[in-house]
Design a protein around this ligand. Structure first.
Ligand code: S3P
Length: 195
C-alpha cells in the first residue's frame, strides 16, 4: 500500500505556516458560525491536522454532546471541555475548532491565548439561525424560542469573543471564499506580529 503524498501548499500557505511557527490556530465563535466547516478546509489548505473540540470531548466521554448534557449536566460538560482543550493545545500545531462556550471560560481563554492564534468567526443572528436550525444537536437551543436564546448568547458572549486575536465576518458565501478571507486575515495579523 502506498502512503498518499501530502498536498502541495501554495505560496500564501507556506508563508503562513512559517510565520505561525508552533502556534495553533484556534477558531472561536457561536454555534453556527462555521468553525468546523471553515476549520477543516483551512487545515487542508495549510497542510495541518484539524480537530474539533466537541468531537474530542465526545470521543473521550464515549457519548454525544446532547447525551453528556442530559446525563451529566452542563457543568460537567464544561469541566471536560476545559480538560480536552488544554490537552489539544499540548499537541503539535493544528487547527482547533472550539465549542461556542469554550472561549468564555477564563482558564481556557488564557490557554488559547498562550498556545495559539485565536480567530473569532463572527456571524449575524439570521445566518447563525439558518445554520443551527438545520440540525437539532445543540442542547442549549432545545427550547421554545431558540432565536431568543441565540440573541442572549450574542449579547453575553460577543464582548468576550472580541478578545480573540483576529475577527473575521462569517458570511453565507462559498466555503473557499471564507477560507481565503481567513487566510488573508491570518497573514495580515502574522505580518504585523514579529513573534
Ligand atoms: C455550545 C456550543 C456547542 C457545544 C455545546 C455548547 C455553546 O458547540 O459545545 O452544545 O455553549 O455555545 P458548537 O459551537 O460547535 O456548536
Amino acid at each position: 500500500m502506498t502512503t498518499p503524498l501530502p498536498p502541495l501548499l501554495d505560496a500564501e500557505a507556506l508563508a503562513l505556516r512559517e510565520k505561525l511557527g508552533a502556534r495553533h490556530i484556534v477558531l472561536v465563535g457561536l454555534m453556527g458560525a462555521g468553525k468546523t466547516s471553515v476549520g477543516k478546509r483551512l487545515a487542508a489548505a495549510l497542510g495541518l491536522p484539524f480537530v474539533d473540540s466537541d468531537h474530542a470531548i465526545e470521543e473521550s466521554a464515549r457519548m454525544t454532546i446532547p447525551e453528556i448534557f442530559e446525563k451529566r449536566g452542563e457543568a460537567e460538560f464544561r469541566a471536560g471541555e476545559r480538560k480536552v482543550i488544554a490537552r489539544l493545545l499540548c499537541e503539535p500545531t493544528q487547527v482547533i475548532a472550539t465549542g461556542g462556550g469554550a472561549f468564555m471560560d477564563p482558564e481556557t481563554r488564557a490557554r488559547i491565548q498562550q498556545g495559539g492564534l485565536s480567530l473569532w468567526l463572527k456571524a449575524e443572528l439570521p445566518v447563525l439561525m439558518r445554520r443551527v436550525l438545520r440540525r437539532g444537536n445543540r442542547p442549549l437551543l432545545q427550547n421554545a424560542d431558540p432565536e431568543a436564546t441565540m440573541r442572549g448568547l450574542i449579547e453575553a458572549r460577543y464582548p468576550t469573543y472580541a478578545l480573540a486575536d483576529i475577527t473575521v465576518l462569517s458570511e453565507e458565501v462559498a466555503h473557499e471564499v471564507m477560507v481565503k478571507a481567513v487566510m488573508d486575515a491570518l497573514t495580515s495579523a502574522l505580518n504585523k506580529d514579529p513573534a
